[in-house]
Design a protein around this ligand. Structure first.
Ligand SMILES: Cc1cc2nc3c(=O)[nH]c(=O)nc-3n(C[C@H](O)[C@H](O)[C@H](O)COP(=O)(O)OP(=O)(O)OC[C@H]3O[C@@H](n4cnc5c(N)ncnc54)[C@H](O)[C@@H]3O)c2cc1C
Length: 457
């Protein structure tokens, strides 16, 4: 039986990162069943015909060039006691250290009709293929996307470019509820309506009706969506659940959000680790278990683990959840806690700025709105949101760095930045600094009014 120093179940971003760092230095095996790992983030843009599908299929060499073996198989059993795994063809393989990187699977709420033909999820190459095929073959006219998180929104835009009528259903009162607050989502919602997508907020799918194939979607607010023969398509983008079925009935400890690990990504079983979407982890801000199924969390976890295996002593601090999306012509990003989430734990103060993406005198200058959320007591930055006519991830990342390093709003007022006519607002102002100053002035005004109140009393 072949033995690996490091055997990884899963060849997504987490598994690939491990292979890149450990391959050649240790005897590494990466197990995954699919023909290709994919750039999942770009799946909507394939559907939209903006890029060919081949461009999002990752090359096997990303794994094998490092010297790691790619084992194309499904793991059907793991014996932690004997330190071996069993593949779908019955063969086995031994490990010194096992890394679980099995990712996450889309979830569909338990409603009647969820198994009818015409209902899809959106994660794998096969999901993409099925949706592309059904659109072509059945000449789909109406599409319904359930869930207006980043994936749902990007998917709805893609489908809207293909079908005659596209609905987006969200049970919260605004889109992107885990990324931005209602005030910031208003512009994006306008943009969605401008594109012709029919947005249903504060609404839920309660039932899908049909004999064999979907015929009607029943919504909680009473406006049902009906499909004539074969013309409909429903895609659920309502979240992901850690893929941990393989470990049911084993001694591996699993929580509601995934496999339980410590800050060195060690599980409760010796020589067994877990990284990426299959893991349950805490917020780097509140230190409570939180959502965080992002490639930008999976990859850093794998880096921590891989370097520790090579002798380093790193820890993974938690999820900060910097993320972004694009809605029509708007780029939208958020990081840390939203106001809603922050209010549960902190007394918060929120600052705003509104400037332009370049010197306003330059051609093509676009609006940028920034929001910072801080803990009123310590003035520590705990969240940020941006909506802009150009890319926001660089600025979102600055705010994340501030949160990670426990910087205060006062620290941000001292932020030393660069300026250039095509790339920033005038040197007189930087949107993050302006936002921090806005918070400071709010605090000053509040203190002044408290003093006045005391004098008057
Ligand atoms: C449409 C879409 C858009 C997204 N956009 C973004 C984005 O913009 N930014 C961002 O940060 N994240 C984004 N994500 C999330 C990101 O793709 C995931 O967080 C990331 O893929 C997680 O990586 P992972 O390696 O942990 O898991 P996965 O990528 O899910 O990989 C898991 C691997 O494990 C394998 N596996 C599972 N069980 C077994 C088994 N029993 N035997 C063998 N192999 C097994 C799977 O086949 C797969 O290869 C997006 C996701 C989707 C679907």
């Amino acid at each position: 039986m072949k033995t690996y120093d490091i055997l990884t179940i899963g060849g997504g971003p987490a598994g690939i990162t491990l292979a890149k760092i450990l391959g050649g230095k240790k005897k590494v095996g990466i197990v995954r069943p699919e023909d290709h790992s994919m750039v999942y983030c770009a799946m909507p843009y394939v559907l939209e015909n903006l890029i060919p599908k081949e461009k999002i299929l990752k090359r096997d060499e990303l794994i094998t060039d490092s010297g790691a073996d790619l084992i194309r198989a499904t793991v059907t059993d793991v014996s932690f006691k004997n330190k071996n795994i069993t593949f779908n063809d019955g063969s086995k393989c031994k490990y010194e250290k096992l890394i679980i990187a099995t990712g996450a699977t889309p979830t569909i709420p338990p409603i009647d009709g969820k198994d009818l033909k015409g209902v899809y999820t959106f994660k794998t190459e096969n999901d993409l293929k099925l949706i592309e095929t059904v659109i072509k073959e059945k000449k789909i006219k109406k599409a319904v996307v359930i869930g207006a998180g980043a994936i749902g929104i990007e998917l709805a835009q893609a489908l809207n470019s293909i079908v005659a009528e596209c609905h987006l259903v969200e049970m919260a009162g605004s889109i992107l509820p885990n990324l931005i607050n209602e005030d910031f989502s208003k512009d994006a919602q306008e943009e969605i309506k401008k594109m012709g997508i029919l947005l249903h907020l504060n609404d839920r799918v309660t039932q899908i009706k049909g004999k064999d194939r979907i015929e009607k979607i029943v919504l909680s607010e009473g406006v049902d969506i009906s499909f004539d023969d074969n013309e409909g398509l429903v895609v659920f983008a309502t979240g992901m659940r850690a893929s941990t079925n393989l470990f049911n009935d084993t001694e591996l400890k699993i929580g509601n959000q995934g496999i339980i690990v410590n800050n060195k990504l060690e599980t409760n079983i010796e020589d067994v680790y877990a990284v990426g979407d299959c893991v349950q982890f805490k917020s780097g801000i509140t230190h409570e278990i939180t959502l965080g199924k992002l490639a930008t969390n999976a990859v850093p976890m794998s880096r921590v683990l891989a370097h520790n295996i090579l002798g380093d002593d790193r820890v993974y601090d938690g999820f900060f959840n910097g993320a972004a999306t694009k809605v029509g012509s708007l780029f939208i990003g958020g990081t840390g806690l939203t106001e809603e989430a922050a209010k549960d734990k902190f007394d918060i103060v929120v600052g705003y700025s509104e400037l332009t993406t370049t010197f306003p005198i330059m051609p093509g200058a676009k609006l940028i709105k920034v929001k910072l959320i801080a803990d009123k007591k310590t003035l520590q930055v705990i969240g940020g949101q941006i909506i802009s006519g150009s890319a926001v991830t660089d600025k979102i990342d600055i705010i994340t760095l501030a949160i990670q390093n426990k910087l205060t709003v006062r620290d941000l007022t001292k932020f030393s930045y660069s300026a250039q006519p095509y790339q920033s607002f005038f040197p007189a102002n930087n949107p993050i600094v302006a936002c921090a100053e806005n918070i400071i002035s709010k605090i000053k005004i509040e203190k002044e009014s408290q003093k006045t109140d005391e004098i008057l009393c």
